[in-house]
Design a protein around this ligand. Structure first.
Ligand SMILES: Cc1ncc(COP(=O)(O)O)c(C=O)c1O
Length: 396
């Protein structure tokens, strides 16, 4: 029977990352996968996470299952992190949170519940978006519509087109929004634009599905959550998929949460029961290690302060690299790359053609996605200028 299967193509990002890893040229610059790297090219275990891990190793006496909803401390802390501790939805106990295997698991649980609530819901995805959104949500059976988001010509958000497209949203639809640090383009909504989106969703009776995978890596933990907090205070219902992969550096520990903001405490309980049902049929029990660490870091004042300090220094490093790259590219190419400094988070489209991207890979050992999306956090101080020169070479 298995002999009848046809082979799927490799995931393009992971395939490219493998190609980059195998490249032994000493001048290699790998900007493919969305993982934060320090200036030594290492994706570090954050200090607060290390300390929490030592505490855990010393105190852990059992590997029995966690409760199906997840580690209680983690589940209590995550909505406070995302929504802010005094948020009215929390005060009014109109939220429910379930721990999930990473942000991917959070998106999947959110979409499972959405599909039960409204099987004919259309999910509006930004164009472009993170390529995994479609398979993650689509395999639940949800249908998609697209809204234009990014203008490749001006290297910026095309808010006018976005709102034109969103005029097609109907009651019961869901609109996927990147909470901050849009992947792949780095162009985010400002407060005024979030408000316009909130007004439209309220008027239409549509629900936002907010994917927040980079909280803290754009400006800071508070500012990056501005949109999600605004929508959660103005709309009766919000679905939130949060990830601890990037801001706590817990990538491989698969740590995330789905947060349901609902109209009442009773609706929150009902949504949670559906989420637990979905988790039970998908993977039964949540993984423990990452969520216990994240819970400790978030709940303990000393670890939390240590974590926030390190996170802020990572964010400043990314912003510093953006500024350096913007200056170096503009100087080397005579083109305006100031947009690189204005975007948020780890990603940017450099505006190169697939042929130029291929040339960079083959001739200069520079790896980026075919779309010319780079992970800015994959750069080092020492590789900014060589990258700018390599790009200038292919643009000449
Ligand atoms: C936009 C976006 N959403 C969600 C995720 C999910 O991340 P994870 O499942 O590793 O927590 C990612 C990871 O790259 C992402 O870029």
């Amino acid at each position: 029977m298995l002999a009848t299967l046809s082979r799927l193509p490799k995931d393009s990002i992971l395939g490219l990352a493998a190609l980059a890893r195998a490249d032994e040229r000493s001048n290699k610059i790998d900007l493919t996968v969305g993982v934060y790297m320090d200036d030594n090219g290492l994706c570090p275990v954050m200090r607060a996470v290390q300390e929490a891990q030592q505490q855990l190793v010393q105190a852990e006496v059992s590997k029995a299952y966690l409760p199906p909803q997840g580690d209680p401390t983690f589940v209590a802390e995550m909505p406070k992190l995302v929504l802010g501790a005094g948020h009215r939805a929390l005060v009014e106990t109109r939220t429910a949170t379930i721990q999930t295997p990473g942000g991917c698991g959070a998106l999947r649980i959110a979409s499972e519940v959405l599909a039960v609530a409204n099987p004919s819901a259309k999910v509006w995805l930004p164009n472009p978006t993170w390529p995994v959104h479609e398979p993650l949500l689509g395999s639940v059976g949800l249908k998609f519509a697209r809204y234009d988001y990014y203008d490749y010509a001006t290297h910026s958000l095309n808010f006018e087109r976005m709102m034109q497209d969103l005029q097609g949203v109907k009651a019961g639809d869901a609109v996927l929004l990147h909470g901050c640090c849009h992947n792949p383009c780095g162009a985010d909504l400002n407060a005024e634009q979030w408000q316009i989106v909130a007004d439209l969703l309220l008027e239409r009776g549509a629900i936002p599905l907010i994917d927040i995978a980079y909280q803290g890596l754009g400006d800071d933990l508070e500012h990056d959550a501005l949109g999600v907090r605004m929508l959660a205070s103005q709309l009766p219902e919000v679905l939130i998929a949060a990830s601890c992969s990037k801001n706590l550096g817990l990538y491989r520990e698969r740590t995330g949460a789905t947060i349901f903001v609902t109209q009442s405490a009773e609706h929150a309980e009902t949504a949670l029961s559906q989420a637990l049902g979905a988790a039970r049929r998908l993977y039964s029990m949540p993984p423990a290690h990452g969520a216990i660490l994240a819970g400790k870091v978030l709940a303990d004042a000393h670890l939390n302060a240590m974590w926030q300090q390190e996170l802020q220094s990572m964010t400043q490093r990314i912003q510093g690299l953006r500024n350096q790259l913007s200056v170096a590219l503009t100087a080397a190419t005579d083109c305006d790359f100031s947009f690189v400094a204005q975007e948020k988070g780890m990603f940017s489209f450099l505006g190169l053609t697939p042929a130029q991207v291929l040339q960079l890979r083959e001739e200069q050992a520079v790896y980026m996605l075919d779309s010319s999306r780079i992970n800015v956090a994959g750069l080092k101080d020492a590789t900014v200028e060589p990258l700018a020169q390599a790009i200038a070479g292919v643009l000449r």
